[in-house]
Ligand binder design. Structure first.
Ligand code: ZN
Length: 125
């Protein structure tokens, strides 16, 4: 699973202009728009892969009170996602999110109530 900006390899989206679970937090923080007038991770069509996975689990009702573990390979988690994913996870009702970033060998860990990931060395315990 990658954090990428290539729209073509994503699953079909039913509502590309719908807000993501991170949209409120992105607007609150006043992120500037891109050249195309849009913001990373604000709508479904601009959601990076990690957020898209979270959206899909949420749609399936598989987030409330749950813990999520994933591995990101090939790329590092981008600065936007580092900023946006905690708020999205909170909105989805997750308790914890653990992401092993293969490229760095580090683990990002978020727990409900926190607005950021803690970065830990090595594979998750
Ligand atoms: Zn990203």
């Amino acid at each position: 699973m990658h954090c990428h900006r290539n729209q073509t390899s994503k699953p079909e989206q039913q509502e590309p202009d719908a807000d993501t679970l991170a949209a409120d937090s992105i607007r609150k923080r006043g992120r500037r728009v891109n050249w195309n007038g849009r913001r990373a991770n604000e709508t479904r069509k601009d959601a990076h892969a990690e957020l898209e996975i979270l959206q899909e689990l949420y749609r399936q009702g598989r987030t409330e009170g749950r813990s999520l573990k994933m591995v990101v390979s090939g790329e590092k988690i981008c600065p936007f996602c580092r900023e946006d994913l905690p708020a999205a996870a909170e909105a989805a009702g997750f308790e914890e999110w653990t992401i092993f970033e293969e490229l760095s060998g580090n683990t990002l860990y978020w727990k409900r109530g926190s607005d950021h990931f803690v970065e830990l060395e090595g594979y998750p315990q």
